[in-house]
Design a protein around this ligand. Structure first.
Ligand SMILES: NC(=O)C1=CN([C@@H]2O[C@H](COP(=O)(O)OP(=O)(O)OC[C@H]3O[C@@H](n4cnc5c(N)ncnc54)[C@H](OP(=O)(O)O)[C@@H]3O)[C@@H](O)[C@H]2O)C=CC1
Ligand SMILES: CC(C)(CO)C(=O)C(=O)O
Length: 332
């Protein structure tokens, strides 16, 4: 039952690391920079509940060539969305027929991109609800709560115990699409956090940034209603009530939505990390997905479209946006 993590960065090292720390045979496939880091430091996996686990350098199997996936029974795909098609083509050249492939990525279409290219394998869609902070030196920290969500499938049965053992139980769903859209509603905050250039907790404590997110979510919820798709409830409150809660004055928000601010003080979004590292972001797969949905319905999504444009421009020319400034821009 060899597990391969394909695209082992923040999420891949954390999820694969916890599986390895609890005794599962895991091979990581990723970049030479990460291979060197883990060869020196090994892995340290911590979480908001106080877990502190280690995988010693000699026990981390980190490879940089796709061929390392040839022996995989289960592949966890954890590349960013823009890299999915290339990863799928590489995997198609090496995987055994019948191998199980799971996308643990944000966005809606990664599972489809994988399935189109991996016709001899079984592809499932998963979702990671929590934040992982890559602190460097092989240390990955889960900063928020949540179980791994995944499309229900009998092929998962041999792996359920391993994930349970790793402290990452799988929550299986008959229909994963409403779960993906619920997560995407939260990820609409990724560009706002990346443009704000502050930790998530500071950003969500600022009502102007929250109103930006509320506007992006309200626009998306209307489109989903028009499409007849009800997002799943993945947090304590139904998704459709989020915009109203986000718009509350800060003293009320802190009182009524304390759990939304229960985030590691250093945590930021994966899109902030991309801008920081000078990489192309996932904006086309997040807010861009809303713009696509609007056009499919013959409508527009001006708030999300503007966020796409602002991130496109920040990919080459970055500067921090204050809350009121960003709100004016989105209302404009
Ligand atoms: N970080 C977080 O807190 C969360 C992230 N997510 C989602 O999880 C997914 C993964 O995110 P995250 O872990 O942050 O991303 P990272 O960028 O940290 O990790 C992905 C890694 O895969 C590498 N990679 C890309 N293409 C290949 C390839 N063909 N072969 C081998 N390695 C490759 C990347 O290298 P390079 O950069 O050089 O291309 C990078 O090191 C995303 O969809 C993200 O939105 C979901 C929940 C929370
Ligand atoms: C968990 C969350 C919403 C924030 O870290 C995320 O998915 C991301 O950063 O991409």
């Amino acid at each position: 039952m060899r597990i391969v993590v394909y695209g082992a960065g923040g999420i891949g090292c954390y999820v694969g690391g916890r599986l390895a720390a609890s005794g599962s045979p895991v091979t990581f496939v990723g970049r030479p920079r990460m291979a060197a880091e883990l060869a020196t430091h090994g892995l340290r996996l911590t979480d908001y509940l106080g877990a502190d686990l280690r995988v010693e350098p000699g026990a981390v199997r980190y490879e940089t060539a796709p061929g390392a996936a040839a022996e995989a029974d289960l592949v966890l795909v954890t590349v960013k969305s823009a890299a999915t098609a290339t990863a799928a083509d590489e995997l198609a050249g090496v995987l055994k027929p019948g191998a199980l492939v799971v996308s643990f990525q944000n966005g809606i279409r990664n599972g489809t991109i994988l399935a189109e290219r991996l016709t001899e394998q079984r592809v499932l869609t998963g979702m990671v609800p929590f934040n992982v902070l890559n602190s460097g030196g092989g240390h990955f920290h889960q900063g928020t709560e949540g179980a791994l969500d995944i499309q229900r499938d009998a092929a998962l049965t041999p792996y359920v115990a391993a994930f349970e053992q790793a402290g990452l139980p799988l929550k299986q769903h008959h229909d994963i699409l409403p779960v993906q859209w619920a997560k995407l509603l939260l990820n609409l905050n990724n560009p706002i956090n990346a443009l704000a250039d502050v930790p998530l907790r500071d950003e969500l404590s600022d009502r102007a940034y929250r109103r930006c997110l509320a506007a992006a979510q309200a626009e998306t919820l209307e489109l989903l209603a028009a499409k007849g798709l009800e997002p799943a409830q993945i947090l304590r409150v139904p998704m459709r009530r989020f915009p109203m809660i986000l718009r509350l004055p800060s003293f009320l928000f802190r009182r009524l939505a304390a759990s939304m601010l229960a985030i590691d003080p250093l945590a930021r979004t994966s899109m902030w990390e991309d801008l920081q590292a000078g990489r192309t972001t996932e904006i086309d797969y997040l807010n861009g997905e809303v713009v696509r949905l609007a056009s499919e319905l013959g409508r527009t999504a001006p708030v999300n479209a503007r966020l796409v444009e602002l991130i496109r421009s920040a990919e080459t020319n970055r500067r921090p946006w204050s809350g009121p400034e960003l709100l004016r821009e989105l209302q404009g």
